[in-house]
Design a protein. Structure first.
Ligand SMILES: [Zn+2]
Ligand SMILES: [Zn+2]
Length: 303
């Protein structure tokens, strides 16, 4: 029996429901057309909610890859909930399960199990949310003990509905359609990290899973597609890192840039990033340059 009420389960069911509604709602733009203002609205909502999901839900709340004032965590979680992809407790529970059981039977959304090929892809791309995998066996204690986060989790659908109403108030059916389209695109981008970044891409680091660095997903998912680095170093606030010719190389990572912006504003601190020695130590195809010794001697990548 799951350690939460049937009312909580009912609130989680709203997530796939609102994603399905968003898919159909996107068709509104076929009737209204899209002005440049509405296109800007799509991009704005996509970027803000995307960054909240990646920098707050994922890198702060789940992996604690940097520190931030609790207000940043609460406000960021409300914005992330407005993406329509569940509240902080359920989101973290799924993601912790993913890391603990990655690409195994208990991974909630691996493209390699329980199905492979196109069926595995569709499962990881959102199909899993339509099954009992939607309900985690347990919820993270740290999130459940924070009253504000717990409230955001159980009422995760309120920020999404508020944003839909705001969109309609701003520009009628056209902006409402833009909101639905932005929500649908962002949903598939997040799911592409679960699917494509475990199927296509390179593996510069040694891990026990199928995680890949995928530049296409990294562009769409604001840096989250550098997923092989993430599974090799889950505590790193920076995901955009690879190995080229035996040397550490840094890649565009919009979420890390956003966290650095928060840091410059005094809203983030103690960013965790592996040293180049750590990175080279996990490099898959060694071929380390002679400079490895000097790097291993203490050069930090924490910049
Ligand atoms: Zn993964
Ligand atoms: Zn993660």
């Amino acid at each position: 029996m799951r350690p939460y009420s049937s009312l909580t389960m009912a609130s989680y069911v709203i997530c796939p429901t609102q994603i399905i509604v968003s898919h159909f709602g996107s068709l509104l733009v076929l009737m209204t057309g899209l002005s440049w203002g509405a296109v800007g609205w799509i991009i704005l909502l996509y970027t803000i909610r995307g960054l909240a999901t990646t920098s707050i839900y994922h890198r702060l709340l789940t992996h604690k890859s940097y520190k931030a004032p609790v207000l940043v965590l609460w406000v960021g979680s409300i914005v992330a909930a407005a993406a329509g992809q569940l509240g902080p407790s359920c989101w973290k529970a799924h993601h912790v399960n993913h890391h603990q059981h990655v690409d195994g039977e208990l991974d909630p959304h691996s493209p390699h199990t329980p199905a492979q090929g196109i069926r595995g892809f569709l499962w990881a791309q959102g199909g899993w949310l339509l099954t009992s995998r939607l309900f985690p066996d347990k919820l993270p204690r740290d999130v459940e003990s924070d009253v504000a986060l717990k409230l955001i989790d159980r009422f995760h659908f309120i920020p999404l509905i508020a944003l839909a109403l705001l969109s309609y108030a701003l520009g009628g059916a056209e902006y409402l359609g833009a909101f639905f389209l932005s929500t649908t695109l962002l949903f598939h981008t997040t799911q592409a990290v679960n699917s494509l970044s475990h199927i296509v891409g390179n593996q510069p680091f040694i891990t026990d899973d199928q995680s890949r660095n995928n530049g296409f997903v990294a562009f769409l998912a604001l840096g989250e597609g550098w997923h092989n680095l993430h599974h090799a170093f889950p505590l790193s606030s920076r995901h955009g890192i690879t190995i080229r010719a035996g040397q550490v190389a840094y890649l565009p990572d919009a979420t890390f840039s956003f966290i650095k912006l928060l840091e410059s504003l005094g809203l983030a601190s103690k960013l965790r990033v592996p040293t180049e020695a750590d990175l080279l130590g996990r490099a898959r195809n060694g071929n380390l340059q002679p400079s490895w010794l000097s790097v291993a001697a203490g050069t930090s990548a924490n910049s």
